[in-house]
Design a protein around this ligand. Structure first.
Ligand SMILES: Cc1cc2nc3c(=O)[nH]c(=O)nc-3n(C[C@H](O)[C@H](O)[C@H](O)COP(=O)(O)OP(=O)(O)OC[C@H]3O[C@@H](n4cnc5c(N)ncnc54)[C@H](O)[C@@H]3O)c2cc1C
Length: 403
């Protein structure tokens, strides 16, 4: 019984699942991660990792493994996509690390996942099974039994807790018949170009590569920043678009993006044509108001709980925060899982909701046109950088509970 109360099953080996496994194992739990895919391929593109997430990665011994592949940008710079004029500059670099106690980094998702996997592989209390999907779960008065499907062969695993870290189209969330994901009406276009490629050199003539640059335009915004230790540049454009079903990404014709970029500076339009392959990512959201827990022993983390649009660059960061808070709550109330999970949900939902609102605000301002864009630019011109920095203390200065 004692051993069972320490056993946790995690569904999904993405950023949220791997971080949750590490955070729980650090607190004495024995964790078995089941990942549906047979191999963890290089899925995704760049991620901005703000100090609220990197301080957790540091505590879990992951940050040092990530650093060689990550870049610490000097600033976030907002530019008008039509004129390329700089509208404001939000300082990061050493100043951000000193203010918020951890670095603001940019990295490829695959490099973060590799760093997490390296740490997981060294942990004696974590087992990772690939090609094993969690298909079903029975909730008992104390604990759960998960059904694991390996190419049609189903086995069971009992534990005190099942963590659904299985992404935006979560099976675990679906078992509770709550909170379906919905298409946001937006498509993200992503590509990573080598700094030394033609497209990489074309970008360097438009903007410096030691910062995160956001180009703003009513029909598109384009974010660019270095990844892979500075050897590559991550480009993400967001436009309106049509739903594509439950697919993460698909290679697409850059001419469609070129159409959405009409009115942007010719240098940017040419860059979009030269950079390839572009993949499109339909942006799906999961309303965070549905239950994230079942008192008997299920908790959702990451996109499974609250997939959000990426306009605050916080989706993965919120999954990392979820992991730290869930582990804290479960360890603090080892003999009362229902109360621990209620604490977790109560702690996380208001913060995630605030982040979602911030993302919507960013989208509104970046896509503004006419008089609203004029007012935005005026306000940005007279707002001191120190005030912009202070306005994000609540987000970047957040610290996960210790112990
Ligand atoms: C364009 C774009 C830009 C972004 N930029 C940023 C950014 O700058 N900063 C940031 O913090 N976030 C960003 N995000 C968000 C971030 O990528 C996601 O929030 C994050 O990767 C989600 O991680 P996850 O672990 O919750 O889910 P996922 O990465 O989807 O992982 C889920 C895992 O579960 C597995 N799985 C699914 N079903 C099962 C099952 N039944 N059993 C077992 N395994 C299963 C899947 O195979 C997968 O490996 C961005 C997203 C997009 C689309």
């Amino acid at each position: 019984m004692e051993a069972l109360s320490r056993q946790v099953v995690v569904a999904g080996a993405g950023i949220a699942g791997l971080t949750t496994a590490l955070a729980l194992a650090e607190r004495g739990f024995s964790v078995h991660i089941f990942e549906r895919t047979p191999g963890l391929a290089e899925v995704g593109a760049g991620l901005q990792l703000s100090p609220n997430a990197t301080h957790i990665l540091a505590r879990l011994g992951v940050l040092d493994l990530l650093r060689p592949a990550a870049v610490k940008p000097e600033a976030v710079v907002l530019r008008d996509a039509a004129t390329l004029a700089e509208r404001t500059r939000f300082p990061l670099g050493a100043a951000a690390e000193a203010r918020w106690g951890a670095p603001y980094l940019v990295a490829h998702r695959a490099d973060l996942q590799s760093a997490l996997l390296a740490r997981v592989g060294r942990h004696p209390d974590i087992t990772l099974s690939l090609g094993a999907a969690v298909r079903d779960v029975a909730v008992h008065r104390r604990g759960i039994t998960a059904s694991i499907d390996r190419e049609g062969k189903v086995t069971e695993m009992a534990g005190a807790l099942l963590v659904g870290a299985d992404g935006v189209w979560s099976t675990i969330r679906g078992l509770g018949s709550v909170g379906r994901s919905r298409f946001s009406g937006r498509i993200a276009w992503r590509t990573v170009v080598r700094a030394e490629s033609e497209a990489g050199r074309a970008f360097q003539k438009i903007a410096p590569t030691d910062v995160v640059t956001a180009f703003m335009h009513p029909s598109v915004h384009l974010i660019a920043y270095p990844v892979r230790g500075g050897g590559a540049i991550n480009l993400v454009a967001v436009t309106a678009g049509e739903p594509m079903g439950e697919v993460w990404s698909r290679e697409v014709d850059p001419a469609v993006l070129g159409e959405a970029m009409r009115g942007c500076a010719p240098e940017l339009v040419r860059l979009a044509a030269e950079a390839r392959p572009w993949t499109s990512w339909p942006l799906h959201m999961v309303e965070a108001g549905h239950p994230w827990i079942a008192p008997g022993g299920i908790a959702l983390v990451g996109d499974a709980a609250h997939a959000m649009t990426p306009f605050a660059a916080q989706g993965a960061a919120m999954g990392i925060e979820d992991a730290a808070v869930l582990a804290h709550c479960v360890a603090a109330r080892r003999d009362d899982m229902a109360a621990a999970l209620a604490d977790y949900q109560a702690a996380r939902r208001p913060r995630v909701a605030r982040v979602v609102r911030r993302g919507a605000f960013n989208h509104f301002t970046w896509h503004a046109g006419g008089a609203v864009a004029f007012a935005r630019d005026r306000i940005l011109a007279i707002t001191p950088a120190s005030q912009l920095v202070r306005s994000l203390d609540w987000l970047y200065g957040w610290k996960a509970p210790e112990g």
